[in-house]
Design a binder for this molecule. Structure first.
Ligand SMILES: N[C@@H](CCC(=O)N[C@@H](CS)C(=O)NCC(=O)O)C(=O)O
Length: 226
């Protein structure tokens, strides 16, 4: 089966799918759309996904357009190295963590990173509404980092147990994007009081390194970071 993933370089939702493929030791083709050129609004892409969002996966005539649906489909299509566990209990835990990361960590990151990556690069003055809302976003991010840290505190290597799962595929892009923000927008992130896992969440920092070392994961990194 030939799997083509249409995505933007650095899209957290597209990255989930690439990680799911890597965790399963599969190969794939990536078609990077240009956000600047608005490729996702062009008729060719709209014919695949009228909602103009990435990721979209094409595989032997099947077209799928939601990151979580794609991971679930992939697991049914290719059951080896399951992303959603082997038992009902494991499936429930993986879904729960994955959806919590979709809802809470993604939302906190969106509030913070849309300004950090795409804003005017000026650190907002203390006391302004913008500063208050970005500080609030940083607090939410910290709370979600601590939630992940607590999951790992029982000694498990991955978020939902002993093997990488869909929970890790959803969480990793978010944690890695925060690191990227710290690397490329250091002054802004530190001025807002962001604390990296390396400072406050040692289990999460070690998990990030563990995921990065898995086979195939390096190839999922955003193309424009190289
Ligand atoms: N529920 C969808 C949401 C996808 C989504 O919002 N993707 C963003 C990029 S991370 C996007 O394509 N935004 C462009 C747009 O909405 O026009 C999924 O998880 O696949």
């Amino acid at each position: 089966m030939t799997i083509t993933v249409h995505t933007f370089s650095g899209s957290p939702r597209g990255w989930r799918v690439l990680l799911g493929l890597a965790f399963k030791d599969l190969s794939w083709d990536t078609n990077y759309l240009s956000l600047a050129d608005r490729d996702h609004r062009k008729p060719e892409f709209l014919s695949l996904n009228p909602r103009h969002t990435v990721p979209v996966v094409e595989a032997d005539g099947v077209v799928l357009r939601d990151s979580i649906a794609i991971l679930a489909w992939l697991d049914r299509e290719i059951p080896d190295k399951p992303l959603f566990g082997n038992t009902p209990g494991q499936a429930a835990e993986i879904w729960q963590i994955a959806m919590e990361c979709c809802d809470y960590l993604r939302d906190a990151n969106r509030q913070l990173l849309s300004e950090v990556f795409f804003g005017d690069d000026a650190v907002p003055a203390r006391g302004t509404e913008k500063h208050k809302s970005l500080r609030a976003a940083v607090k939410l991010v910290h709370a979600e980092q601590r939630y992940l840290e607590d999951l790992l505190n029982d000694g498990r290597p991955y978020l939902a147990g002993g093997v990488p799962s869909a929970a890790d595929a959803v969480a990793f892009p978010e944690v890695r994007l925060l690191q990227r923000a710290l690397e490329t927008k250091h002054h802004m992130m530190t001025s807002l009081g962001f604390e990296a896992p390396e400072q406050t969440c040692p289990q999460l920092a070690a998990w990030k390194v563990r995921i990065e070392a898995l086979p195939g994961v390096a190839a999922t990194s955003p193309a424009h970071w190289n």
